[in-house]
Design a protein around this ligand. Structure first.
Ligand SMILES: Cc1ncc(COP(=O)(O)O)c(C=O)c1O
Length: 456
Protein backbone atom coordinates (compact mmCIF):
# COMPACT_ATOMS: atom_id res chain seq x y z
CA UNK A 1 0.00 0.00 0.00
CA UNK A 2 1.32 3.39 -0.96
CA UNK A 3 1.08 6.39 1.25
CA UNK A 4 0.92 8.79 -1.69
CA UNK A 5 -2.36 10.72 -1.67
CA UNK A 6 -2.77 10.27 -5.41
CA UNK A 7 -2.73 6.51 -4.85
CA UNK A 8 -5.20 6.65 -1.99
CA UNK A 9 -2.92 7.58 0.93
CA UNK A 10 -3.31 10.35 3.47
CA UNK A 11 -3.06 13.95 2.26
CA UNK A 12 -0.18 16.01 3.71
CA UNK A 13 -1.75 19.45 3.57
CA UNK A 14 -5.36 19.33 4.60
CA UNK A 15 -6.19 23.06 4.68
CA UNK A 16 -5.67 25.49 1.81
CA UNK A 17 -2.77 27.94 1.82
CA UNK A 18 -3.67 31.57 2.37
CA UNK A 19 -4.36 33.12 -1.00
CA UNK A 20 -6.14 36.42 -0.54
CA UNK A 21 -4.70 39.90 -0.03
CA UNK A 22 -3.44 40.75 3.43
CA UNK A 23 -5.47 43.60 4.83
CA UNK A 24 -4.40 45.20 8.10
CA UNK A 25 -5.72 48.13 10.03
CA UNK A 26 -3.79 50.68 7.97
CA UNK A 27 -5.61 49.69 4.76
CA UNK A 28 -8.96 50.13 6.53
CA UNK A 29 -7.89 53.51 7.86
CA UNK A 30 -6.72 54.82 4.51
CA UNK A 31 -9.83 53.65 2.67
CA UNK A 32 -12.01 55.15 5.38
CA UNK A 33 -10.31 58.49 4.82
CA UNK A 34 -11.32 58.45 1.14
CA UNK A 35 -14.83 57.27 1.93
CA UNK A 36 -15.31 60.08 4.40
CA UNK A 37 -13.93 62.66 2.01
CA UNK A 38 -16.10 61.36 -0.83
CA UNK A 39 -13.46 62.18 -3.42
CA UNK A 40 -13.02 59.15 -5.62
CA UNK A 41 -10.88 60.44 -8.45
CA UNK A 42 -10.32 64.21 -8.82
CA UNK A 43 -8.36 63.93 -12.03
CA UNK A 44 -9.03 66.98 -14.15
CA UNK A 45 -8.67 66.50 -17.91
CA UNK A 46 -8.50 70.13 -18.98
CA UNK A 47 -5.70 72.70 -19.01
CA UNK A 48 -4.90 75.28 -16.41
CA UNK A 49 -2.66 78.32 -16.68
CA UNK A 50 0.13 76.50 -14.88
CA UNK A 51 -0.13 73.21 -16.71
CA UNK A 52 3.48 73.10 -17.95
CA UNK A 53 4.77 73.60 -14.44
CA UNK A 54 2.52 70.84 -13.09
CA UNK A 55 3.55 68.42 -15.78
CA UNK A 56 7.20 68.49 -14.73
CA UNK A 57 6.67 68.89 -10.99
CA UNK A 58 8.34 66.19 -8.86
CA UNK A 59 5.97 63.72 -7.21
CA UNK A 60 7.02 64.90 -3.77
CA UNK A 61 6.26 68.54 -4.65
CA UNK A 62 2.96 67.57 -6.27
CA UNK A 63 1.77 65.92 -3.07
CA UNK A 64 0.71 69.18 -1.48
CA UNK A 65 -0.46 70.83 -4.68
CA UNK A 66 -3.87 72.45 -4.38
CA UNK A 67 -4.93 69.65 -2.09
CA UNK A 68 -8.62 70.31 -2.14
CA UNK A 69 -9.18 70.85 -5.88
CA UNK A 70 -9.25 68.81 -9.01
CA UNK A 71 -5.83 68.71 -10.69
CA UNK A 72 -4.37 67.28 -13.88
CA UNK A 73 -2.13 65.16 -11.63
CA UNK A 74 -5.00 63.51 -9.80
CA UNK A 75 -6.60 63.53 -6.38
CA UNK A 76 -5.04 63.88 -2.97
CA UNK A 77 -4.60 60.18 -2.24
CA UNK A 78 -3.16 59.48 -5.69
CA UNK A 79 -0.54 62.17 -5.18
CA UNK A 80 0.17 60.99 -1.66
CA UNK A 81 0.76 57.44 -2.92
CA UNK A 82 2.99 58.70 -5.73
CA UNK A 83 5.06 60.80 -3.33
CA UNK A 84 5.47 57.84 -0.96
CA UNK A 85 6.49 55.59 -3.85
CA UNK A 86 8.95 58.16 -5.19
CA UNK A 87 10.54 58.50 -1.73
CA UNK A 88 10.74 54.75 -1.27
CA UNK A 89 12.42 54.21 -4.65
CA UNK A 90 14.54 57.35 -4.51
CA UNK A 91 13.19 58.82 -7.75
CA UNK A 92 11.86 62.19 -8.75
CA UNK A 93 8.71 60.96 -10.46
CA UNK A 94 6.23 58.19 -9.71
CA UNK A 95 3.28 58.16 -12.10
CA UNK A 96 0.42 55.97 -10.90
CA UNK A 97 -1.69 54.13 -13.45
CA UNK A 98 -4.58 51.68 -13.36
CA UNK A 99 -2.39 48.63 -14.18
CA UNK A 100 1.14 47.71 -15.15
CA UNK A 101 -0.24 46.97 -18.61
CA UNK A 102 -1.19 50.65 -18.88
CA UNK A 103 2.09 51.70 -17.29
CA UNK A 104 4.17 49.72 -19.78
CA UNK A 105 2.34 51.16 -22.75
CA UNK A 106 2.57 54.69 -21.29
CA UNK A 107 6.31 54.12 -20.82
CA UNK A 108 6.72 52.95 -24.41
CA UNK A 109 4.65 55.88 -25.60
CA UNK A 110 6.81 58.23 -23.56
CA UNK A 111 10.05 57.00 -25.11
CA UNK A 112 8.29 57.58 -28.45
CA UNK A 113 8.25 54.01 -29.69
CA UNK A 114 5.96 53.96 -32.71
CA UNK A 115 5.06 52.22 -35.97
CA UNK A 116 8.08 50.65 -37.63
CA UNK A 117 10.08 50.48 -34.40
CA UNK A 118 11.16 47.22 -32.83
CA UNK A 119 11.19 46.65 -29.08
CA UNK A 120 13.25 43.73 -27.79
CA UNK A 121 11.77 41.81 -24.90
CA UNK A 122 12.02 38.45 -23.16
CA UNK A 123 10.10 35.43 -24.42
CA UNK A 124 8.92 34.54 -20.91
CA UNK A 125 6.62 36.86 -19.05
CA UNK A 126 2.95 37.58 -18.62
CA UNK A 127 1.45 38.52 -21.99
CA UNK A 128 0.98 42.16 -21.04
CA UNK A 129 4.71 42.71 -21.41
CA UNK A 130 4.44 41.93 -25.10
CA UNK A 131 1.02 43.36 -25.86
CA UNK A 132 1.97 46.72 -24.33
CA UNK A 133 4.47 47.04 -27.21
CA UNK A 134 1.63 46.77 -29.72
CA UNK A 135 -0.36 49.64 -28.21
CA UNK A 136 1.63 52.31 -30.03
CA UNK A 137 2.12 49.96 -32.97
CA UNK A 138 5.71 48.87 -32.39
CA UNK A 139 6.92 45.37 -33.18
CA UNK A 140 7.83 42.98 -30.33
CA UNK A 141 11.05 41.01 -30.85
CA UNK A 142 11.39 38.10 -28.43
CA UNK A 143 14.70 36.82 -27.13
CA UNK A 144 15.54 33.73 -25.14
CA UNK A 145 16.27 33.72 -21.43
CA UNK A 146 19.23 32.83 -19.31
CA UNK A 147 18.78 29.64 -17.25
CA UNK A 148 20.37 31.24 -14.21
CA UNK A 149 17.75 33.96 -13.66
CA UNK A 150 14.94 33.23 -16.20
CA UNK A 151 15.38 36.78 -17.52
CA UNK A 152 16.46 37.93 -21.00
CA UNK A 153 19.91 36.76 -22.06
CA UNK A 154 22.04 39.82 -22.98
CA UNK A 155 23.86 37.84 -25.66
CA UNK A 156 20.52 37.22 -27.37
CA UNK A 157 19.57 40.88 -26.96
CA UNK A 158 22.70 42.01 -28.78
CA UNK A 159 22.04 39.48 -31.53
CA UNK A 160 18.45 40.73 -31.99
CA UNK A 161 19.35 44.39 -32.55
CA UNK A 162 18.57 45.82 -35.99
CA UNK A 163 18.56 49.38 -37.32
CA UNK A 164 14.88 49.46 -36.31
CA UNK A 165 15.42 48.66 -32.64
CA UNK A 166 14.13 51.45 -30.43
CA UNK A 167 14.11 50.00 -26.92
CA UNK A 168 14.73 47.05 -24.64
CA UNK A 169 11.85 46.01 -22.40
CA UNK A 170 13.46 43.93 -19.68
CA UNK A 171 11.47 41.87 -17.17
CA UNK A 172 12.76 40.98 -13.72
CA UNK A 173 10.89 37.69 -13.64
CA UNK A 174 9.78 36.01 -10.40
CA UNK A 175 11.73 38.60 -8.41
CA UNK A 176 15.06 37.65 -10.02
CA UNK A 177 17.09 40.42 -11.55
CA UNK A 178 18.05 40.53 -15.19
CA UNK A 179 21.71 41.11 -16.00
CA UNK A 180 21.36 44.88 -15.92
CA UNK A 181 25.07 45.74 -16.27
CA UNK A 182 25.20 43.96 -19.61
CA UNK A 183 21.80 45.25 -20.74
CA UNK A 184 22.57 48.86 -19.85
CA UNK A 185 25.93 48.55 -21.57
CA UNK A 186 24.25 47.34 -24.78
CA UNK A 187 21.64 50.09 -24.55
CA UNK A 188 24.28 52.77 -24.11
CA UNK A 189 26.42 51.54 -26.97
CA UNK A 190 23.45 51.16 -29.34
CA UNK A 191 21.49 54.27 -28.27
CA UNK A 192 18.43 52.38 -26.98
CA UNK A 193 15.96 53.18 -24.22
CA UNK A 194 15.50 50.67 -21.42
CA UNK A 195 12.19 50.02 -19.69
CA UNK A 196 12.16 47.70 -16.69
CA UNK A 197 9.05 45.62 -16.08
CA UNK A 198 9.21 45.24 -12.30
CA UNK A 199 5.70 43.83 -11.90
CA UNK A 200 7.09 40.83 -10.04
CA UNK A 201 10.01 42.52 -8.31
CA UNK A 202 9.20 45.58 -6.19
CA UNK A 203 11.94 45.85 -3.59
CA UNK A 204 14.37 43.51 -5.33
CA UNK A 205 17.87 44.93 -5.60
CA UNK A 206 20.44 44.45 -8.34
CA UNK A 207 23.96 45.02 -7.00
CA UNK A 208 22.42 47.09 -4.21
CA UNK A 209 20.15 49.19 -6.46
CA UNK A 210 16.40 48.87 -6.42
CA UNK A 211 15.16 47.58 -9.76
CA UNK A 212 13.02 50.04 -11.67
CA UNK A 213 15.61 52.66 -10.93
CA UNK A 214 18.27 51.47 -13.36
CA UNK A 215 16.78 51.89 -16.85
CA UNK A 216 14.90 54.95 -18.17
CA UNK A 217 11.55 53.92 -16.68
CA UNK A 218 10.51 51.18 -14.23
CA UNK A 219 6.96 49.84 -14.15
CA UNK A 220 5.24 48.04 -11.24
CA UNK A 221 1.99 46.12 -10.86
CA UNK A 222 -0.33 46.06 -7.85
CA UNK A 223 -2.66 43.42 -9.22
CA UNK A 224 -3.88 40.97 -6.66
CA UNK A 225 -1.20 38.28 -7.01
CA UNK A 226 1.69 40.75 -6.75
CA UNK A 227 3.96 41.70 -3.84
CA UNK A 228 1.98 44.95 -3.42
CA UNK A 229 -1.75 44.59 -3.86
CA UNK A 230 -4.42 47.18 -4.56
CA UNK A 231 -6.74 44.93 -6.56
CA UNK A 232 -5.57 46.48 -9.81
CA UNK A 233 -3.08 49.27 -10.30
CA UNK A 234 0.44 50.16 -11.34
CA UNK A 235 3.23 52.73 -11.09
CA UNK A 236 5.83 54.01 -13.54
CA UNK A 237 8.94 55.63 -12.09
CA UNK A 238 11.63 57.77 -13.69
CA UNK A 239 14.07 60.57 -12.98
CA UNK A 240 13.59 62.10 -16.42
CA UNK A 241 11.22 65.12 -16.40
CA UNK A 242 10.38 64.76 -20.09
CA UNK A 243 9.45 61.10 -19.73
CA UNK A 244 7.42 61.85 -16.60
CA UNK A 245 5.58 64.64 -18.37
CA UNK A 246 4.81 62.43 -21.35
CA UNK A 247 3.54 59.61 -19.14
CA UNK A 248 1.34 62.04 -17.22
CA UNK A 249 -0.12 63.22 -20.52
CA UNK A 250 -0.67 59.72 -21.87
CA UNK A 251 -2.34 58.72 -18.60
CA UNK A 252 -4.90 61.49 -18.66
CA UNK A 253 -6.24 62.33 -22.12
CA UNK A 254 -3.16 64.40 -22.90
CA UNK A 255 -4.37 65.50 -26.30
CA UNK A 256 -7.02 67.65 -24.66
CA UNK A 257 -4.54 69.99 -23.05
CA UNK A 258 -2.15 70.45 -25.98
CA UNK A 259 -2.43 73.73 -27.85
CA UNK A 260 -1.19 75.00 -31.22
CA UNK A 261 2.18 75.97 -29.81
CA UNK A 262 3.14 72.32 -29.21
CA UNK A 263 5.45 71.03 -31.93
CA UNK A 264 4.94 67.69 -33.64
CA UNK A 265 7.54 65.81 -31.61
CA UNK A 266 5.87 66.71 -28.33
CA UNK A 267 2.45 65.65 -29.63
CA UNK A 268 3.72 62.23 -30.64
CA UNK A 269 1.87 59.37 -28.86
CA UNK A 270 -0.10 61.84 -26.73
CA UNK A 271 -3.49 60.35 -27.42
CA UNK A 272 -6.53 60.02 -25.24
CA UNK A 273 -5.90 57.21 -22.81
CA UNK A 274 -7.50 56.95 -19.43
CA UNK A 275 -4.89 55.13 -17.37
CA UNK A 276 -5.78 56.98 -14.17
CA UNK A 277 -5.73 55.46 -10.71
CA UNK A 278 -8.67 56.18 -8.43
CA UNK A 279 -8.50 57.40 -4.84
CA UNK A 280 -9.58 54.13 -3.20
CA UNK A 281 -6.90 52.19 -5.02
CA UNK A 282 -4.32 54.79 -4.05
CA UNK A 283 -5.43 54.53 -0.41
CA UNK A 284 -4.62 50.81 -0.46
CA UNK A 285 -1.33 51.68 -2.14
CA UNK A 286 -0.33 54.13 0.61
CA UNK A 287 -0.83 51.38 3.20
CA UNK A 288 0.91 48.74 1.08
CA UNK A 289 4.04 50.76 0.29
CA UNK A 290 4.48 51.35 4.02
CA UNK A 291 4.94 47.64 4.64
CA UNK A 292 6.51 46.48 1.40
CA UNK A 293 9.76 45.53 3.15
CA UNK A 294 7.95 43.66 5.88
CA UNK A 295 5.83 41.70 3.40
CA UNK A 296 8.82 41.04 1.15
CA UNK A 297 10.76 39.69 4.11
CA UNK A 298 8.14 36.94 4.49
CA UNK A 299 8.54 35.90 0.83
CA UNK A 300 12.30 35.87 1.25
CA UNK A 301 12.26 33.87 4.42
CA UNK A 302 9.78 31.28 3.13
CA UNK A 303 11.57 30.83 -0.21
CA UNK A 304 14.99 30.54 1.38
CA UNK A 305 13.64 27.99 3.84
CA UNK A 306 12.25 25.93 0.93
CA UNK A 307 15.62 26.02 -0.83
CA UNK A 308 17.44 24.89 2.28
CA UNK A 309 15.11 21.89 2.62
CA UNK A 310 14.28 20.94 -0.96
CA UNK A 311 17.92 21.29 -2.04
CA UNK A 312 18.40 17.82 -0.57
CA UNK A 313 16.22 16.25 -3.28
CA UNK A 314 18.48 14.90 -6.02
CA UNK A 315 15.97 15.33 -8.86
CA UNK A 316 15.37 19.03 -8.13
CA UNK A 317 17.43 22.15 -8.60
CA UNK A 318 16.41 24.82 -6.13
CA UNK A 319 16.87 28.58 -6.52
CA UNK A 320 19.98 29.90 -4.77
CA UNK A 321 19.05 33.51 -4.08
CA UNK A 322 21.51 36.34 -4.24
CA UNK A 323 21.42 38.96 -1.54
CA UNK A 324 18.82 41.59 -2.38
CA UNK A 325 16.55 39.24 -4.33
CA UNK A 326 12.93 39.20 -3.19
CA UNK A 327 11.33 36.03 -4.57
CA UNK A 328 7.88 36.59 -6.06
CA UNK A 329 7.02 32.90 -6.16
CA UNK A 330 9.11 29.75 -5.83
CA UNK A 331 10.45 28.04 -9.01
CA UNK A 332 12.17 24.65 -9.07
CA UNK A 333 13.87 22.87 -11.94
CA UNK A 334 12.91 19.23 -12.20
CA UNK A 335 15.23 16.71 -13.80
CA UNK A 336 13.10 14.09 -15.48
CA UNK A 337 16.14 12.22 -16.78
CA UNK A 338 17.32 11.45 -13.25
CA UNK A 339 13.85 10.78 -11.86
CA UNK A 340 12.54 8.69 -14.73
CA UNK A 341 9.02 10.00 -14.10
CA UNK A 342 7.24 12.46 -16.34
CA UNK A 343 6.75 15.91 -14.77
CA UNK A 344 2.98 15.78 -15.15
CA UNK A 345 2.86 12.86 -12.70
CA UNK A 346 4.96 14.76 -10.15
CA UNK A 347 2.70 17.81 -10.41
CA UNK A 348 -0.40 15.66 -10.02
CA UNK A 349 1.07 13.83 -7.02
CA UNK A 350 2.00 17.11 -5.30
CA UNK A 351 -1.43 18.59 -5.97
CA UNK A 352 -3.06 15.49 -4.53
CA UNK A 353 -1.00 16.14 -1.37
CA UNK A 354 -2.63 19.58 -1.18
CA UNK A 355 0.26 21.59 -2.62
CA UNK A 356 -0.75 24.05 -5.35
CA UNK A 357 2.04 23.73 -7.89
CA UNK A 358 2.12 24.65 -11.57
CA UNK A 359 4.48 24.42 -14.49
CA UNK A 360 4.72 28.16 -15.14
CA UNK A 361 3.04 30.08 -17.92
CA UNK A 362 0.78 28.22 -20.30
CA UNK A 363 3.13 29.13 -23.16
CA UNK A 364 5.80 31.60 -24.16
CA UNK A 365 4.46 34.93 -25.32
CA UNK A 366 5.33 34.49 -29.01
CA UNK A 367 3.44 31.19 -29.03
CA UNK A 368 0.14 33.01 -28.62
CA UNK A 369 -1.99 32.95 -31.78
CA UNK A 370 -1.84 36.75 -31.70
CA UNK A 371 1.83 36.49 -32.65
CA UNK A 372 1.91 33.22 -34.58
CA UNK A 373 -0.84 34.52 -36.87
CA UNK A 374 0.06 38.19 -36.46
CA UNK A 375 -3.53 39.28 -36.07
CA UNK A 376 -3.81 42.23 -33.74
CA UNK A 377 -5.43 45.32 -35.15
CA UNK A 378 -8.25 44.76 -37.61
CA UNK A 379 -7.90 42.40 -40.54
CA UNK A 380 -4.71 43.57 -42.14
CA UNK A 381 -1.95 42.20 -39.91
CA UNK A 382 -1.09 45.61 -38.51
CA UNK A 383 1.37 46.64 -37.18
CA UNK A 384 3.54 43.99 -38.89
CA UNK A 385 2.20 44.90 -42.32
CA UNK A 386 2.79 48.63 -41.81
CA UNK A 387 4.77 50.12 -44.70
CA UNK A 388 6.95 51.88 -42.14
CA UNK A 389 8.16 48.49 -40.96
CA UNK A 390 8.80 47.27 -44.48
CA UNK A 391 10.08 43.81 -43.60
CA UNK A 392 8.86 40.42 -42.44
CA UNK A 393 8.89 39.27 -38.86
CA UNK A 394 7.95 35.66 -38.10
CA UNK A 395 7.22 34.10 -34.74
CA UNK A 396 7.60 30.34 -34.58
CA UNK A 397 7.57 27.60 -31.97
CA UNK A 398 11.20 26.73 -31.35
CA UNK A 399 12.38 30.36 -31.45
CA UNK A 400 13.51 30.34 -27.81
CA UNK A 401 14.61 26.81 -26.85
CA UNK A 402 15.69 27.60 -23.29
CA UNK A 403 12.33 29.16 -22.44
CA UNK A 404 10.44 26.32 -24.11
CA UNK A 405 12.40 23.64 -22.27
CA UNK A 406 11.79 25.29 -18.91
CA UNK A 407 8.06 25.66 -19.47
CA UNK A 408 7.33 22.35 -21.10
CA UNK A 409 9.76 20.04 -19.32
CA UNK A 410 11.35 21.27 -16.14
CA UNK A 411 9.63 24.09 -14.24
CA UNK A 412 7.69 23.42 -11.05
CA UNK A 413 6.30 26.58 -9.46
CA UNK A 414 4.91 26.85 -5.97
CA UNK A 415 2.94 30.05 -5.48
CA UNK A 416 2.13 30.74 -1.86
CA UNK A 417 5.30 31.96 -0.23
CA UNK A 418 3.63 35.25 0.69
CA UNK A 419 2.21 36.55 3.93
CA UNK A 420 0.38 35.30 5.96
CA UNK A 421 1.82 31.89 4.98
CA UNK A 422 4.64 31.08 7.37
CA UNK A 423 7.52 28.66 7.78
CA UNK A 424 5.03 26.27 9.38
CA UNK A 425 3.05 26.27 6.13
CA UNK A 426 6.28 25.75 4.19
CA UNK A 427 7.00 22.67 6.31
CA UNK A 428 3.95 21.05 4.71
CA UNK A 429 5.35 21.88 1.28
CA UNK A 430 8.62 20.24 2.24
CA UNK A 431 6.89 17.18 3.70
CA UNK A 432 4.83 16.72 0.55
CA UNK A 433 7.82 17.08 -1.80
CA UNK A 434 9.90 14.65 0.26
CA UNK A 435 7.07 12.15 0.32
CA UNK A 436 6.51 12.33 -3.43
CA UNK A 437 10.21 12.12 -4.26
CA UNK A 438 10.69 9.17 -1.88
CA UNK A 439 8.04 7.30 -3.85
CA UNK A 440 9.16 7.88 -7.43
CA UNK A 441 9.15 4.16 -8.22
CA UNK A 442 5.44 3.98 -7.41
CA UNK A 443 4.71 6.89 -9.70
CA UNK A 444 6.84 5.33 -12.43
CA UNK A 445 4.87 2.12 -12.30
CA UNK A 446 1.34 3.47 -11.90
CA UNK A 447 -0.89 5.04 -14.45
CA UNK A 448 -2.39 8.00 -12.65
CA UNK A 449 -4.69 10.83 -13.60
CA UNK A 450 -2.37 13.72 -14.43
CA UNK A 451 -5.14 16.22 -15.11
CA UNK A 452 -5.78 16.80 -11.42
CA UNK A 453 -6.17 20.51 -10.72
CA UNK A 454 -5.68 22.41 -7.51
CA UNK A 455 -7.64 24.87 -5.44
CA UNK A 456 -6.17 28.36 -5.69
C1 LIG B 1 5.81 40.57 -15.65
C2 LIG B 1 4.44 41.19 -15.73
N1 LIG B 1 4.26 42.25 -16.53
C3 LIG B 1 3.06 42.86 -16.61
C4 LIG B 1 1.98 42.41 -15.90
C5 LIG B 1 0.67 43.10 -16.03
O1 LIG B 1 0.29 43.67 -14.83
P1 LIG B 1 -1.17 44.29 -14.62
O2 LIG B 1 -2.06 43.13 -14.32
O3 LIG B 1 -1.04 45.20 -13.46
O4 LIG B 1 -1.56 44.99 -15.85
C6 LIG B 1 2.12 41.31 -15.05
C7 LIG B 1 0.97 40.81 -14.28
O5 LIG B 1 0.66 39.65 -14.22
C8 LIG B 1 3.38 40.67 -14.96
O6 LIG B 1 3.57 39.61 -14.17
Amino acid sequence: MSNLAILGGEVVRKVPFHTSAVIDNDEWEMVKEVMERKEFSRFMGSPSADIQRYLEMSSVDAESLLGQYYTFLGGRMVRRFEAAFARKFGVKYAVSVNSATSGLSAALGAIRAGPGDEVITTCMSFNATATSILVFNSIPVFVDIDRKNFCMDPVEVERAITPRTRAILVVHLLGNTADMDAIMDIAKRRGLSVIEDCSQSPGTRYRGRLVGNIGDIGVFSFQETKNMQTGEGGMAITNDPVLAKRMRLIRNHGESICDDAWDEASLENIIGMNYRMNELTAALGVAQIGKLDENNAVRSENARFLSSELGQIRELKVPMYEEGTVPHLYPLIYDEAIAGVERAKILAALRAEGIPVGSGYLRLMYENPLFLKKVGYGRNHCPWSCHLYGQERYYRRGDCPVGEELLYKTFIWFYHIHRPNTIEDMRDVVRAFKKVFANLSLLRESSINTTIGYKW
